[in-house]
Design a protein around this ligand. Structure first.
Ligand code: NI
Length: 151
C-alpha cells in the first residue's frame, strides 16, 4: 500500500465526472488499498478516487465502524434529514453546515464486482452522499448554508 497525494480545491480533476469501473483487477484493489491508507493518514472518514487523481467511480468510507468500499455506487433511497458540520480532505481547514438525508441506501459493487446494497445512518449516510457527489465533480461547498469553525 502507498500514500497518494490528495488533490485540493482548485485542481480541475475534482470537478470532473468519473468513469464507471469495468475491470475489477489488482490495479483496482491497489487503488482501494491506497485510498484507505491515504484517508486514514489524513484523518478523514471518506475518500473518493478523484481526490487522489483517479477518475473512476470508487469510494472508501470509515466513520469508525469499519471500512466500506463502494465501486460504481448509486444512491437508491434516502430517508429523513440531518443537519451538521461537514468537511473534506480536498478542502482543508474548511467546515460548513450541510443538510443531508439521515438514512441512505446505496447499491454498489465490491472490489471483485459483486453487487450489494448497504444502508448507512447519520455520519455514514452523510459520508455516502458526500463521497458519491465527488464522483460527479461536486464539492460539499455547494451545499454549505453557513461556514463554521470545526467539525
Ligand atoms: Ni470530500
Amino acid at each position: 500500500m502507498a500514500i497518494r497525494e490528495i488533490r485540493v480545491e482548485g485542481d480541475e480533476i475534482l470537478t470532473k465526472h468519473c468513469k464507471e469501473v469495468k475491470v475489477f483487477d489488482k490495479k483496482l484493489h491497489t487503488l482501494l488499498d491506497d485510498m484507505y491508507e491515504t484517508m486514514k493518514k489524513a484523518g478523514g472518514v471518506g475518500l473518493a478516487a478523484p481526490q487522489v487523481g483517479v477518475l473512476k467511480r470508487a469510494v472508501v468510507i470509515d466513520v469508525g465502524e469499519g471500512l466500506i468500499e463502494l465501486v460504481n455506487p448509486q444512491i437508491i433511497d434516502e430517508q429523513g434529514t440531518q443537519e451538521g458540520s461537514e468537511g473534506c480532505l480536498s478542502v482543508p481547514g474548511v467546515y460548513g453546515i450541510v443538510e443531508r438525508p439521515n438514512v441512505v441506501t446505496v447499491r454498489a459493487q465490491d472490489r471483485d464486482g459483486k453487487w450489494f446494497k448497504i444502508t448507512g445512518r447519520e455520519l455514514t449516510a452523510r459520508a455516502m452522499c458526500h463521497e458519491v457527489e465527488h464522483l460527479e465533480g461536486i464539492l460539499f461547498r455547494e451545499h454549505v448554508t453557513e461556514y463554521c469553525e470545526a467539525e
